[in-house]
Design a protein around this ligand. Structure first.
Ligand code: ADP
Length: 251
């Protein structure tokens, strides 16, 4: 579902990703861990086409976002093609990023109507189902500012699901929440991962969650994957000293 082949990403003179290779299979839940600044968020932003690669090949659902021509020239997909690929991807951010001037219902129906071309009635019916799923069917008419952080994040998750994504990108989705709200949001995500065939690429500092829900965990350092293993293996008996010291620092 996601393939990175020899991907490089620089911001000006600063190289963030360097010769990065990995794949994520359909339906897999893959978590990225590693020190702050190691490039994890940049990877999600590349998949979401919020950033453009400097070199290398990225495909999502078999569609190219970039490829290398013979002779080494980088070719990026044009904006129209990127938009088509982006329709299949949902992203949930640390800071929720709900539309502040819209009620919860409109937050959930805006993109399905405008981007997927659904009728308003159909989009509203689906929105109500999703609000049931995330336990907020009494908040249809609330504005985001009237909700707790945990509730806002649930709406953001429902909004991402409303686009029927093949891929869901999770970027430290519990980092901005009060501690007592974290477990509920993680339980919801685990439920969604278990009951749908969505492919997940997740950046999190919640190591218990990563261990519980992931099919694979990739440890990053210096813009490269230094270890890629099943969670029990990576958390219990990592191969690399760098992984061991990182886990000791965060666990
Ligand atoms: P992580 O998610 O692992 O903490 P990030 O992907 O956010 O790491 O950042 C990796 C590196 O890229 C950091 O050094 C960061 O400062 C740099 N970086 C990220 N985005 C930009 C940007 N838009 N401009 C310049 N540097 C950036």
């Amino acid at each position: 579902m996601i393939r990175f082949e020899d991907v490089g990403k620089s911001f000006g003179p600063v190289t963030v990703l360097d010769g990065l290779n990995f794949t994520v299979a359909p339906g897999e839940f893959v978590t990225l861990i590693g020190p702050s600044g190691s490039g994890k968020t940049t990877i999600l932003r590349l998949v979401m086409t919020l950033e453009q690669v400097t070199s290398g090949v990225i495909t999502v659902g078999g569609e190219y976002l970039s490829h290398m021509e013979r002779g080494g020239r980088l070719v990026r997909a044009d904006e129209k093609h990127q938009r088509e690929v982006r329709k299949r991807i949902g992203m949930v951010f640390q800071q929720f990023n709900l539309f502040p001037n819209m009620k919860v219902m409109q937050n959930l129906t805006e993109a399905p109507v405008r981007v997927l071309g659904k009728s308003r009635a159909e989009a509203e019916e689906r929105a109500r189902e999703l609000l049931d799923l995330v336990g907020l069917n009494d908040k249809v008419d609330a504005h985001p500012s009237q909700l707790s952080g945990g509730q806002q994040q649930r709406v953001a998750i429902a909004r991402a699901l409303a686009m029927q994504p093949d891929v869901l990108l999770l970027d430290e989705v519990t980092s901005a929440l009060d501690p007592e709200l974290v477990a509920g949001v993680l339980a919801l995500l685990k439920d969604i991962a278990r009951t749908t065939d969505i492919t997940f690429l997740c950046v999190t500092h919640e190591m218990g969650f990563a261990r519980d829900v992931s099919d694979r965990v990739m440890m990053f350092d210096g813009g490269k994957v230094i270890e890629d293993a099943a969670p029990d293996k990576l958390f219990s008996e990592p191969d690399h000293e760098r992984t061991r010291s990182f886990l000791q620092a965060v666990l």
